[in-house]
Design a protein around this ligand. Structure first.
Ligand SMILES: NC(=O)c1ccc[n+]([C@@H]2O[C@H](COP(=O)([O-])OP(=O)(O)OC[C@H]3O[C@@H](n4cnc5c(N)ncnc54)[C@H](O)[C@@H]3O)[C@@H](O)[C@H]2O)c1
Ligand SMILES: O=P(O)(O)OC[C@H]1O[C@H](O[C@H]2[C@H](O)[C@@H](O)[C@@H](O)O[C@@H]2CO)[C@H](O)[C@@H](O)[C@@H]1O
Ligand SMILES: [Mn+2]
Length: 444
């Protein structure tokens, strides 16, 4: 029997991740056959560069795949099976402001955490909902696999505004960290482990890790965490080589020390050590600058070279190894594989002693009808306390966006563990409003 072939739209066609994901899709055609790839972006000029290069690559490596790119929603979303969504509303220029504005007031500046994450959330909600609506209008049976950030706020917004939509919100940070933990245990892949995990996106903990024979791997992993955090297991791929990421993996040792019973997500450093993050930040040169000078220059330079040469031969692009989870997830839906993934889903009792309406990141089993949650039981007081504060920040942000409420956004910023007072929260908020006037709803 011939296997069904799928049509995929990449939303955020001009993303720095698009070439790596396109190459990765080609590498996995044996298990996820593709008949059409379409790129969609609302920045025609930016997308053009990436798309022209990918067109050449695809023609040379998979000419049987129909390829197109567009800024027209109907063309982008008609006759498709999956939307892979990685948009960045406001692009790096706004990420830079998200990071630099809080630093002016001695508060950390980060893409998805603290005030920067809240500001980015206020921009992303509308963009992601718009794409979801296009997908439902033109391909009502399609699924959206969303990894546009800040995933926690985007997921809460989709829960509130589009509760019945076919969208799975997922993050690749736990995947990367699980690969590192598998490496610490001498396993060749995270797929040789079964994990228990609970939290919010970029705010969670592993509480159980077994190998496929049921042996407890936590003692071994804890030894590594105690000594060097995740730094013992730096990936041998070319990802995360930037110094700032290496520091993050090392700093996980101190984050782990706060609760040695669990293994923390690296993002907890922003909430548990915000003073350290501020002290080690350069307010003139943040991660956005690093990415613009590094990944963005590299990707766009390489795309332009392919177009100039008229061939992709000798190009430096590689399939994004970490992104294979996207194919795993698409296959789980398309072929009912019932594979386990950490997804960001409505709690509804899966974390027993936590807000039922929270969007939690927990293991789920995925098949053709969506996901089933795996209960994680009751969580300890420390994690519960932190999560209650952070989930309230995320919920208030979404409420502020829906209601156009200045008051609620001020409360969200004030409640963030990264912000010292309501006074500082207000100063940051007023600067963010000015910077985001082209993107946020008007706040009253
Ligand atoms: N969840 C995860 O684990 C994970 C991992 C990596 C990256 N990401 C996310 O992927 C996204 C892309 O990251 P990047 O660094 O490549 O950014 P990028 O700026 O290079 O690409 C984003 C693209 O989205 C486009 N865009 C913005 N708003 C849009 C809209 N409303 N409709 C259509 N297109 C729109 C931009 O024009 C741009 O081309 C970000 O949201 C990032 O945070 C998530
Ligand atoms: O600062 P950036 O733009 O380099 O990265 C921010 C993103 O970091 C995480 O994603 C990593 C991922 O963990 C890794 O496996 C690989 O694919 O690179 C990604 C980007 O560096 C995080 O999960 C994302 O949400 C962030 O956007
Ligand atoms: Mn993430």
């Amino acid at each position: 029997m011939t296997k069904k072939k799928y049509a995929v739209t990449v939303a955020g066609g001009g993303s720095t991740f698009t070439p790596g994901i396109a190459l990765m899709l080609l590498e996995h055609m044996d298990r996820f056959p593709i008949r059409k790839i379409m790129f969609y972006d609302n920045d025609a000029e930016r997308q053009e560069v990436v798309a022209q290069a990918c067109r050449i690559y695809l023609k040379e490596h998979a000419p049987e795949i129909e390829f197109g790119y567009t800024t027209d929603p109907e063309t982008a979303f008609t006759d498709i099976d999956f939307v892979l969504a990685h948009i960045r509303v406001g692009k790096y220029a706004m990420r830079e402001l998200d990071e630099k504005i809080p630093l002016k007031y001695g508060v950390l500046g980060q893409e998805t955490c603290g005030p920067g994450g809240i500001a980015y959330g206020m921009r992303s909600i509308g963009g992601v909902i718009e794409i979801l609506d296009y997908m439902e209008q033109y391909s009502p049976n399609a699924w959206m696999l969303n990894y546009s950030n800040p995933a926690a706020i985007v997921a809460e917004a989709t829960r509130r505004l589009r509760p019945d939509s076919k969208i799975l919100n997922i993050c690749d940070m736990p995947i990367d960290l699980e690969e590192k933990m598998a490496d610490m245990c001498g396993l060749s892949s995270r797929k040789e482990m079964q994990v228990g995990y609970y939290g919010l996106n970029h705010f969670g903990w592993w509480h159980k890790i077994y190998d496929n024979n049921g042996n407890d791997l936590m003692p071994q992993i804890k030894e590594h965490m105690k000594a060097n955090g995740f730094a013992d297991a730096l990936s041998d791929t070319n990802q995360h080589v930037d110094e700032s990421w290496v520091h993050t993996f090392q700093k996980a040792r101190d984050v782990y020390a706060v609760d040695p019973e669990t293994i923390p997500n690296t993002y907890l450093k922003y909430y548990l050590f915000p003073d350290y993050v501020v002290e080690t930040s350069d307010p003139e040169y943040t991660r956005a600058n690093e990415v613009m000078d590094g990944r963005e220059k590299f990707v766009f330079g390489e795309c332009r070279r392919i177009v100039e040469n008229g061939t992709s031969k000798g190009c430096a692009f590689e399939a994004d190894a970490h992104a294979t989870y996207i194919v795993d997830l698409a296959c789980a839906i398309a072929e009912n594989t019932q594979e386990r993934f950490l997804l960001i889903v409505p709690n509804e009792g899966a974390v027993e002693n936590f807000d039922r309406t929270a969007m939690v990141e927990i293991p789920c089993i995925v098949g053709c009808n969506g996901y089933e949650k795996i209960c994680q039981g009751a969580i300890p007081q420390f994690q519960k306390g932190l999560m209650e504060q952070q989930v309230s920040v995320e919920k208030l942000t979404v409420e502020a966006w829906i209601e156009g409420s200045y008051q609620k956004l001020w409360q969200a910023l004030t409640l963030s563990k990264t912000v010292p007072s309501a006074r500082i929260a207000k100063l940051i908020l007023d600067d963010l409003i000015e910077a985001n006037k082209d993107f946020w709803p008007e706040l009253k």
